[in-house]
Design a protein. Structure first.
Ligand code: 9MR
Length: 368
């Protein structure tokens, strides 16, 4: 039995410069991937093929800190089938090769999403009869099959709930719903299961953790959908909780806990799949204050998720702020919301995640 101290020491790596009382000294930075793995969990980040193959500090940090990779956009339909009928897998192959040579687990994201569609997949094409069988199903099947045995968890469908559409079951109105009816989600899972029988198949969704009414509706619709799929014998194995946290929202631990209990009670696994913190357009306070606030937000929400025995792991949406979607999209151009800042220095969130993993109960890891 390893002591906690010895175990943390075993997970220490890249020296970083720390300051104490004016003295600078090198102290090793815990590797989040190793800390997670010790508990039967995974920690990783969304990456691109360029990021993992570059000869730079960010690539080294990814290799050092992550035990898992997920392609941020290169395995989406629009990236792979830019030209109709010609599926191009080179950049995903690069990511898979980098993960394998680095001993990293892979999440796949995503086989079916209403966004980042191929440029030729306009309303007329997607609305044509036969679109599912001729266009959508082959993409799902071929992609899942190509990486069978390599990709451990697939986000089979992404963001299929949207209560704002006012559908009685809360499903988002998408071209897939129009072309196939309400069975399209089940069909996507059956295709993925046939193509990659060993992969753990997930539904991935955002806005499931805060107390606000829209998120309560989303939780209710998601739970009902999962219940229906399971009752129908659909091979769904887990729920991906995107967890794009936002400063200033209301969190109610007991409501979130009840939701996760309900999902796990259906026999499903859980993963935190896209963790980051959005500070909003005008974050208050100095850097240390902002980092503390962001880390506290992460702790507050993740402490509840870590209570779940079915939690399999955590992925942050990028590892460092310089390339974060929150910045790149312009939502919050100097956002600090990840374990590393734009200079690759660890933030308070890094220490919080390290602590959460160190305190976590041991998982069997069998289901991840
Ligand atoms: O971060 C991703 C960005 O690079 C892509 O251009 C975009 C469209 O494919 O998708 C972003 O990732 C999204 C993810 O796939 C689903 N959840 C929301 C993410 C954006 O925050």
């Amino acid at each position: 039995m390893t002591s906690r101290r010895a175990f943390i020491a075993g997970a220490l790596s890249a020296p970083v410069l720390m300051r104490l009382g004016g003295l600078a000294f090198a102290a090793p930075l815990p590797r989040l991937g190793d800390l997670a793995k010790q508990k039967g969990l995974f920690f990783g980040a969304a990456i691109t093929s360029e990021q993992v193959t570059a000869a730079d500090g960010y690539a080294a940090l990814l290799a050092d800190q992550c035990g898992a990779y997920v392609a941020e956009w290169e395995s989406k339909w629009g990236a792979i089938e830019w030209v109709r009928g010609h599926r191009e897998y080179d950049s995903v192959d690069t990511i898979v090769a980098a993960a394998k040579s680095g001993g990293k687990m892979l999440r796949g994201h995503t086989l079916l999403w209403h966004f980042q569609l191929p440029p030729w997949a306009d309303d007329a094409v997607l609305g044509s009869s036969g679109a599912w069988d001729e266009l959508v199903a082959p993409f799902i099947f071929e992609t899942a099959k190509r990486y069978a045995g390599d990709i451990a968890q697939w986000d089979v469908v992404n963001e299929v709930i949207e209560p704002e559409w006012q559908e009685p079951d809360g499903l988002r109105v998408t071209p897939f719903l129009a072309m196939r009816g309400r069975g399209y989600i089940a069909d996507a899972f059956h295709l993925a299961a046939a193509a990659a029988p060993d992969a753990r198949l997930y539904i991935n969704e955002y806005d499931l953790c805060y107390a606000e009414d829209d998120q309560e509706k989303r939780r209710a619709a998601m739970l009902a959908l999962l219940e229906r799929l399971i009752a129908d014998g659909v091979p769904v194995h887990g729920l991906g909780l995107q967890t794009h946290l936002k400063i200033g929202r209301t969190f109610d631990a007991s409501r979130y806990r009840a939701f996760l209990d309900d999902v796990a009670g259906l026999g499903l696994d859980l993963a935190i799949t896209e963790l980051d913190v959005g500070e909003g357009p005008d974050p208050k306070g100095d850097t240390a204050t902002r980092d503390r606030r962001n880390a506290d937000e992460v702790r507050k929400v993740l402490e509840v998720a870590f209570e779940q025995k079915r939690l399999t792991g955590i992925v942050t949406w990028s590892l460092g702020d310089a390339v974060s979607y929150t910045r790149v999209s312009g939502e919050s151009p100097d956002n600090r919301g990840l374990p590393f800042d734009e200079f690759l220095a660890p933030t308070a969130m890094h220490a919080t995640l390290a602590d959460l993993f160190a305190q976590a109960d041991q998982r069997s890891a069998a289901s991840s």
